[in-house]
Design a protein around this ligand. Sequence first.
Ligand code: ADP
Ligand code: NI
Length: 216
Amino acid sequence: MKNQIIETTEKFVQVELGEDATGHDWFHVDRVRRNALHICKEEMTGDPFIIEMAALLHDIPDEKLNDSAAAGMAKLALFFQTIILPEEVKNHITEIIESISYKGGRKTELETVEAKIVQDADRLDAIGAIGIARAFAYGGKKGQPIYDPSINVREEMTVEEYRKGKSTSIHHFYEKLLKLKDLLNTNTAKKLAESRQQMMALFLEQFYQEWDGQDL
Ligand code: ADP
Ligand code: NI
């Protein structure tokens, strides 16, 4: 029964996200699911079915893929009407997705261990080699430059730069990606993040060397 629900959910997500090129494609979702189930197993906590469902559906209501956050949540609710599950299970999955998809890094603690695990799984896919690839894929789609040394990092932005939303994909590392390691909830994710963090640091170091022609 649960296997059938997972399969139906996979198909729904594949259809909804299949064509996306902003880094929210099906392969991202599949990696998040795998990361989340791995963390669940290692930490020996959380309900694997809830975790797998939340991981599969976590990007469905994303504002970037819908007209608004509300429209995205409505799409999720509509999908839940087509599957048979206890209301409290549907509500728990919805809560997880709502709480982790909040952009801007909500400071309050997540409610459940399942939410913490899915959030970690999603964050792991935003760092490391995959995270680097996704940042430039997203930046390219948005028409944002790879890098511009004249733009300050967000903390030091002028009001005008901030208002214009000026940034680059390299700046995104300082605004978000390099900070994710310290925001992880579980020890399993923290351990996995170590080599991914090193990968990003090494990438940035080499990037500036080549940018400045120091390797010539
Ligand atoms: P998530 O899948 O964790 O919900 P987001 O929706 O925030 O992630 O972003 C999707 C991907 O695009 C992530 O890998 C993220 O790092 C990247 N991304 C988001 N905003 C930017 C940006 N301004 N510049 C470059 N990459 C970005
Ligand atoms: Ni995601």
